[in-house]
Structure formats: structure tokens, C-alpha cells
Ligand binder design. Structure first.
Ligand code: AVJ
Length: 321
């Protein structure tokens, strides 16, 4: 029952957003729609590529500091470890394994938009770390906040992988403020922020030669084709990555190579593209200390600790209210 309902709600949300995004000027689609079964796999492939340095940075930070992090998290006894955008949980498992080995009393609450990713994660934890209590939650970040709000235990909220970077500053600020409002004084927010760095390194991370990121970006069109009965020709769109070193925003676009018409049957909609017309699909914001401090201040959070990966420039920050 629950599953059916969730699927129906998110499908109509998808329809609405596709309609709005493709009838707007300039056109846009949300990166949250990259993640179906195929998209999850493509993102896993991206995370495994050396050019996508973010994975290694965070892996290194968690591995090098897992004992200190354990002390921080267990300071007040039992807690709920709530992870926003858990995905395949590969990085989180460094902490989960450490907690399991040390018999830490906690419940892991992975939250993700992808049912498929959540099921895989749940199964793999049951197999690899059977002692851990898991309570998965499928939904968007904003739906997740409601669930978080109803929890009684001490909350430690993980937001890893620089997932926050998918939000524009104002959205990020609003989101962190909402989290702050549902935190109690003992609760913690543990967040990953990718840092500004050599612009070429960033372009290479989001524009790999193998074309995996391109396929990931185009997966939103593939989903519209299969789920909304449309006829996008993926070959006729170019994946294009732009990085602005001043603002720190990396943006992904799909650019129409030709003049073309697309039919989206489920929406009874015809879309036309002029040659080189764009669809903005993703922002992956890069941060510096000024921006992080501004976000913290605006959302009423206090940073208590920060862990850094110096080689590439990546930070995990701990906040309390
Ligand atoms: C999962 C949002 C952190 O923006 O770096 C990877 C997604 N997009 N390559 C990012 C992504 C293109 C990723 N996040």
C-alpha cells in the first residue's frame, strides 16, 4: 500500500516539474530526477572514477577521523543517525562499521529519493553489518524533514558528499534553517562541503572523457522518454559543464544540437528546441569559508569542528544549534 502511494505521488510531482521546466524560458529540469535504477548505477560509476575526487576526499576524512567522530557522536549515549541522500552508503559504512565494532547504541535512518538505492543499501547492511538497526525512509529532503521531526532520540544528521551543493544558496540556507529548527541542543549536523579549487579539476570531475557524467545528465531525458512516453533523441543533446571560479557554481546543461520537436505523450505536450537552446539540469556548488560561515550564521547554526582533506580541498563540518 505505502509503496504504491509513494510512487504515485512522486510520479505526478515528476509530471508537474517536467511540464513547468520545459515550458519555462530558459528551460530547466531538476537533478533529483537523475536517480532511477540506471541513474543510481551511473552515479556509482561516477563516484568510482578518479577524476571525481569528492569520493576519495570524504573517504579519507572519515577514515582518518573515525575514532574522534565516534567520540563526538556517542557523547550522550544512544542516538539516531539520520542520513540525507544516503545513496549506496559506501562512505557511511566506514562509520557504520566502526560503530558496529564498538557496539555503539544507535539506529541508522538512511533517507533517499531512490527506492532502488535504499533497498540495496538496506540489504547490504543486513548482510555486512547485521547488528545495526536500520529504518530506511524514501522521499525528498523536504519530505524527510517531517520524518526527522517526529523522532525522539538524540539526532545526528549526516549530509555527506557535498549533496548540499545541488541547492542554490537561498534554498541551502532555507534547508539548513529548517534542520536547525528541528534540532535539540544536543543534536549535531555533520555536512560535507566541496571547496573551491583549480577550475580545471572541477571541470574534469563533471565532464569525464568516458562520457559517464554525460549519460548521467541525459538520464533525466531517458526517464521522461520511458515514464512519460516521450521521444527525446539523446544523441541530439550535448552535455555541457560550466564552472564559475568567482561564485563557485558548477552548472550542467543539456544543449540541443539542432532545431527539434519533442512529443511528451503523458503530458499531451509538444516542446520545441531552437539550435543550441539549453536545459539547465544541475548545480554543484563549491564553497569557501566565507560561504560556509554565511550559511551557518543565516541558518542559526554554530560550527564546532571541521575536518579537511588538504590534497584536494574538501571539508566536513560539524554544526550544533
Ligand atoms: C551527488 C550532488 C554530490 O553534484 O557532485 C556527480 C552529483 N553530478 N556528477 C555532485 C553529480 C554530476 C553530485 N552530488
Amino acid at each position: 500500500m505505502q509503496d504504491t502511494k509513494t510512487t504515485l505521488t512522486s510520479t505526478s510531482e515528476f509530471e508537474k516539474e517536467v511540464y513547468t521546466g520545459l515550458t519555462d524560458y530558459p528551460k530547466h529540469l531538476s537533478s533529483k530526477y537523475f536517480y532511477d535504477k540506471k541513474g543510481d548505477k551511473l552515479f556509482q560509476d561516477i563516484m568510482a572514477m578518479p577524476t571525481y575526487y569528492l569520493t576519495d576526499c570524504e573517504y579519507e576524512i572519515l577514515e582518518d577521523n573515525k575514532e574522534e567522530i565516534t567520540n563526538l557522536f556517542t557523547e550522550f549515549g544512544a542516538f539516531d543517525l539520520i542520513e540525507l541522500g544516503a545513496g549506496d552508503g559506501k562512505k557511511t559504512k566506514i562509520l557504520l562499521k566502526e560503530f558496529s565494532d564498538k557496539n555503539v547504541d544507535f539506529t541508522y535512518v538512511p533517507i533517499d529519493i531512490s527506492d532502488n538505492a535504499l533497498n540495496q543499501l538496506h540489504n547490504s547492511i543486513e548482510k555486512e553489518l547485521p547488528k545495526i538497526k536500520v529504518q530506511p525512509f524514501q522521499g525528498t529532503y523536504f519530505e524527510a524533514l517531517e520524518d526527522i521531526n517526529s523522532r525522539k532520540n538524540r539526532k545526528i544528521i549526516l549530509f555527506l558528499g557535498s549533496n548540499i551543493g545541488n541547492l542554490e544558496h537561498d534554498q541551502a540556507k532555507g534547508f539548513m534553517k529548517k534542520i536547525q529548527e528541528l534540532m535539540e541542543p544536543e543534536d549535531l549536523l555533520f555536512m560535507g562541503f566541496d571547496q573551491k579549487k583549480n577550475p580545471q579539476t572541477i571541470l574534469d570531475a563533471y565532464n569525464d572523457k568516458e562520457g559517464v557524467t554525460a549519460a548521467f545528465n541525459k538520464n533525466v531525458l531517458a526517464r521522461i522518454n520511458t515514464e512519460l512516453n516521450a521521444n527525446f533523441n539523446l544523441e541530439q543533446f550535448l552535455h555541457w559543464e560550466v564552472y564559475n571560479p568567482e561564485t563557485g557554481s558548477a552548472k550542467s546543461y543539456l544543449v540541443s544540437k539542432i532545431e527539434q520537436k519533442v512529443r511528451i505523450e503523458a503530458l499531451d505536450l509538444n516542446i520545441t528546441f531552437k539550435p543550441w537552446e539549453t536545459i539547465h539540469t544541475e548545480i554543484s556548488q563549491k564553497y569557501d569559508d566565507e560561504i560556509i560561515n554565511w550559511l551557518a550564521k543565516e541558518s542559526g547554526l554554530e560550527m564546532t569542528t571541521a575536518y579537511q582533506s588538504l590534497a584536494y580541498g574538501y571539508k566536513n563540518c560539524v554544526f550544533k544549534k
